[in-house]
Design a protein around this ligand. Structure first.
Ligand code: IPE
Ligand code: IPE
Ligand code: MG
Length: 227
């Protein structure tokens, strides 16, 4: 593949529930299957030279789901982090999170912190998990930080105080499952992202489809407002 790797890929991993329903399984089985796909995509991204992979794992709106599903997702996240730690370390991957994790249980917060701490020297790729993440919530938090620090409200300062501080803007945004909307994901950071919507449900997404998207991205002309 002669493609230039994008620096930042962001994914809205959607369709776990419908994937499960089609197989007469519980929605939770779809979430478990979806978690497995993350490893393949992360390893592949690091292999081809992507620097940031930002994954929407739980939105500020997902608390509206049935209590049992939310609890399942929290447990799955804890299991995922514990399971992936050796793989992150082996592959020189750093974990970072965006979103307001203070609403999570103390034990989950601890696992997140430990994983971040133990992978902090990873230089190949940063996997960014969006957890209790909502773009509007993030922007409000950034503006509050500016007020606290008595900083001028301008683009540079807002950007530096978002949860994604220091990260490049999104090059490729992918949403699986056929829905064509942003669902409160990285509104600021997607300002000039190239967007790709695939009908594939997240548990069926794979590195070949990602490669096709990256090829397509390489053929697009990004003008950023110029001519
Ligand atoms: C995405 O899959 C995973 C999360 C939002 C946590 P969904 O659970 O939204 O799956 P669908 O959209 O109902 O199929
Ligand atoms: C977006 O998917 C959130 C995540 C993938 C974590 P949703 O399934 O929650 O979004 P809507 O409700 O269809 O917009
Ligand atoms: Mg969904």
């Amino acid at each position: 593949m002669n493609n230039i790797a994008p620096s930042h890929i962001a994914i809205i991993m959607d369709g776990n529930g419908r994937w499960a329903k089609e197989r007469n399984l519980k929605r939770t089985a779809g979430h478990s299957a979806g978690a497995e796909v993350i490893r393949e995509i992360t390893t592949h991204c690091s292999y081809i030279g992507v620097k940031y992979l930002t994954l929407y794992a739980f939105s500020t709106e997902n608390w509206k789901r049935p209590k049992l599903e939310v609890e399942f997702l929290m447990k799955l996240l804890e299991k995922y982090l514990k399971q992936e730690l050796p793989i992150f370390i082996e592959n020189n991957i750093k974990l970072r999170t965006i979103g307001d994790t203070s609403r999570f249980s103390k034990s989950l917060q601890k696992v997140i912190k430990q994983t971040e701490e133990k992978t902090k020297n990873g230089t190949k790729l940063t996997q960014v998990l969006a957890l209790n993440y909502g773009s509007k919530d993030e922007i409000v938090r950034a503006v509050k930080r500016l007020n606290e620090k008595k900083l001028e409200v301008n683009e540079e300062n807002i950007e530096a105080n978002l949860d994604t501080s220091g990260m490049p803007n999104v090059d490729i945004l992918i949403r699986t499952s056929g829905e064509v909307r942003l669902s409160n994901y990285l509104l600021w950071q997607n300002a000039y992202a190239e967007m790709f919507f695939t009908s594939t449900y997240w548990p069926d997404f794979n590195k070949n489809e990602l490669d096709d998207i990256i090829s397509d991205f390489n053929n697009r002309e990004r003008r950023f407002g110029g001519i």
